[in-house]
Design a protein around this ligand. Structure first.
Ligand code: ZN
Length: 210
C-alpha cells in the first residue's frame, strides 16, 4: 500500500474528500476497540469527531460508546438513521457503532455524509447468530471504500473466529431476536468448523449448507 493510501486509511487529512470505512466481524472481535482507535487518532489530529449509536443499544451508558475493555468516548444515541444526518453538523469524522441495528436508511445517510466530504467510520456485526448477513451491513460493505474484517478467537479450537454462536441455553421467548443486546455471556465466537459442529449438535442441520 502506498504512503498516500496509508494516509487516507488512517486519516489525518479528512477535509477535502469523504469516504466510508466499515469495520465488521463477530462478537468479541474488537470492532468497537478498532472504531475507538481510529476516532482517537482523528481527535489527536484536531479533527471534529461525532459518534452515534442506535438508541436500542443501552448496555452500559446513554452517553458513551463503550467497548468491552471499558475504553469510552462520548456519543449520541439516535433512534433512526435520519437523526444521524440531523446531528452530524460541523464535523470532519462521523463514527457509527453497532451499525447493524440501524434501519436500511443508514446506507444513504453514510453516502450523503461521505459526499459532503466527511469521513464515515461504521462498526458492526456482519452476520447474525445464524450466520445470515445482518441488516444494512452487507449494503454498507458494498458501498464502502475501505473494509476491515476483524476476528475473534474460536473458544473451542483457537483458530480465528467469525461466527457469533448463540449458546443453546437461550430461552424460547428470546429465540427469534437476531441478537440479544447486552447478553454477551449468551454467545461464543466460533470458527467455521466449530460453528457447523455446534449447529449439528443442536439439530440445526437446515442452517448448514453442505
Ligand atoms: Zn474452532
Amino acid at each position: 500500500m502506498s504512503i498516500t493510501n496509508l494516509r487516507k486509511m488512517f486519516l489525518e487529512n479528512a477535509k477535502h474528500s469523504g469516504w466510508i470505512e466499515v469495520i465488521c466481524g463477530s462478537m468479541f472481535s474488537g470492532k468497537t476497540e478498532e472504531l475507538i482507535r481510529r476516532l482517537k487518532r482523528a481527535n489527536f489530529a484536531h479533527q471534529r469527531v461525532q459518534i452515534f449509536k442506535p438508541a436500542i443499544d443501552v448496555r452500559y451508558s446513554e452517553e458513551n460508546v463503550v467497548s468491552h475493555d471499558k475504553t469510552a468516548i462520548q456519543s449520541i444515541a439516535v433512534d433512526s438513521s435520519q437523526n444521524v444526518l440531523l446531528y452530524a453538523t460541523d464535523v470532519d469524522v462521523v463514527g457509527i457503532d453497532e451499525v447493524q441495528f440501524f434501519d436500511e436508511g443508514i446506507v444513504d445517510v453514510c453516502t450523503i455524509l461521505a459526499n459532503r466530504g466527511i469521513r464515515v467510520i461504521c462498526a458492526g456485526l456482519d452476520m447474525d447468530y445464524l450466520a445470515k448477513p445482518f441488516g444494512p451491513v452487507p449494503a454498507l460493505l458494498a458501498k464502502a471504500e475501505f473494509v476491515t474484517k476483524v476476528h475473534a478467537i474460536c473458544v473451542r479450537c483457537g483458530q480465528p473466529a467469525q461466527y457469533s454462536h448463540r449458546l443453546p441455553s437461550i430461552t424460547d421467548a428470546n429465540k427469534d431476536k437476531q441478537v440479544l443486546l447486552g447478553e454477551q455471556d449468551k454467545y461464543e465466537p466460533l470458527c467455521r468448523h466449530c460453528f457447523n459442529q455446534a449447529l449439528k449438535a443442536e439439530g440445526r442441520k437446515e442452517d448448514i449448507l453442505e
